[in-house]
Design a protein around this ligand. Structure first.
Ligand code: ATP
Ligand code: MG
Length: 396
């Protein structure tokens, strides 16, 4: 008999490779899946024998549930499955009903059974399970033929101790580690392509995210800020609700322009951004800063400039995109849904007061001389005090 609930088998990626900590990571993953599915009342999420089983009422759209599970970091793949009693007759009957539906839905004409016996006490061995269930399907579904080389449907039969499972698809998740298993990081989030990807990549490794965004209002517009909020919402679709601290950098930018050499503007602005972000990060228990910087991409991201930027703070700075090619970053942005918003043509505070010839090989000693003309500590403290903190909710 086919069950009256939809069942989903969820496979853990790297979590499955963990040693003694495995139960902890599995618990965290179950918790994250539960959170992602809390909009479906009565849903059940349980771990068993290294897998996670999700069971939901039939009235909920199975494709939507698969989509929601697939965005949970730590999930390697998902199979919508039919659950049945571990008994050859029951499995056979369920397999026939399953294939009849697939014939109707997808016009499947050929199939092959791939059977696995996780319960070694089950009296029938895997190859015999495949043969017997295959024969039952052939009798029950007259239009079907077996094709062992290139079947329309590879029918998996997974026989376990209490229950057995029948499915045909393995839908990929993103892998990674469950959120909350790797501290919290502060992402410097601009409206560009790179920083949302950087945030996503770190969150994928289990890191909780908090963000700081700088603007130069009124040089940058209200629309530019909304764009960043929208982008953050897309990222929150993966890493859950988070806080974003919004800070006007214009007073500092103006002082830099008035007091320091023009070619140093960019690097000086970047060092201020880092210092302010570090202070906010310390206040909010973030253990590292994260940026979307990428070696050689622009003048402020030459090796020399990155070193001088780094020397503005004590906190470790993670740059997950450092060695990636732009096309690969863009591919991730497209895949996670941030790209279309990132390319909307709104100005960023980095583009305000852009020097004609930015210093590509800045020297720390010279930069420190320029900074000595400014009340750096006070300016950083003022900027932190002026921050506006908003909560970012996952985009619908
Ligand atoms: P992105 O595509 O993320 O905007 P980018 O290629 O435009 O990056 P830059 O503008 O030089 O590069 O910025 C490098 C990094 O500095 C960004 O990835 C981001 O982490 C941070 N950053 C830049 N502008 C801002 C901003 N307005 N607010 C917060 N962080 C910023
Ligand atoms: Mg940018």
């Amino acid at each position: 008999m086919i069950e009256d609930r939809n069942t989903f088998i969820v496979r853990c990626g790297e979590v499955a490779l963990k040693g003694l900590n495995k139960p902890y990571f599995e618990r965290m993953l179950v918790d994250r899946i539960k959170r992602a599915l809390k909009k479906y009342p009565g849903i059940e999420v349980k771990r068993n024998e290294g897998l996670i089983f999700v069971r939901a009422q039939k009235e909920f759209d199975a494709d939507l549930i698969v989509g929601d599970i697939s965005r949970v970091f730590g999930v390697a793949s998902i199979s919508p499955a039919v659950e049945t009693v571990s008994d050859m007759d029951e499995i056979g009957q369920a397999a026939v009903e399953y294939m009849l539906r697939l014939i109707e839905k997808k016009g499947v004409k050929t199939f092959k059974v791939d059977a696995k016996r996780a319960d070694k006490n089950f009296p029938v061995k895997s190859p015999d399970i495949a043969k017997t269930i295959g024969a039952k399907v052939l009798i029950g579904c007259k239009v079907l033929k077996v094709d062992v080389h290139n079947p329309d449907c590879l029918l998996f039969v997974d026989v376990r101790k209490d229950k057995s499972y029948i499915y045909e698809q393995k839908i990929s998740g993103f892998g990674g580690l469950p959120l909350g298993t790797n501290g919290k990081g502060m992402i410097l989030l601009s409206g560009g392509i790179d920083s949302p990807v950087a945030a996503w990549l770190m969150a994928k490794r289990g890191m909780l995210i908090e963000a700081v965004h700088f603007h130069s209002y009124p040089y940058t517009s209200e629309r530019a800020r909304e764009k960043v909020v929208d982008l953050a919402g897309i990222v929150a679709g993966y890493c859950g609700r988070f806080k974003m601290h919004v800070i006007n950098l214009l007073p500092i930018q103006e002082l830099i322009v008035q007091n320091c050499p023009e070619e140093e503007t960019t690097i000086l602005v970047r060092r201020f951004m880092m210092k302010i972000a570090e202070k906010v990060a310390q206040e909010t228990d973030c253990c590292m800063l994260i940026t979307g910087e990428n070696l050689g991409q622009v003048a402020s991201q030459t090796a020399e400039a990155l070193v001088v930027t780094d020397q503005s703070v004590q906190m470790p700075v993670m740059r997950p995109l450092i060695a990636m090619d732009k096309v690969d970053i863009m591919d991730i942005a497209k895949n996670i849904g941030t790209f279309e918003t990132s390319i909307l043509p709104y100005e960023d505070c980095c583009t305000v007061f852009l020097p004609k010839h930015p210093a590509t090989k800045p020297k720390l000693a010279k930069i420190l001389v320029s900074e000595s003309r400014l009340e750096v500590e006070q300016l950083v403290a003022d900027a932190v005090a002026s921050k506006e903190t908003i909560t970012i909710y996952p985009a619908e």
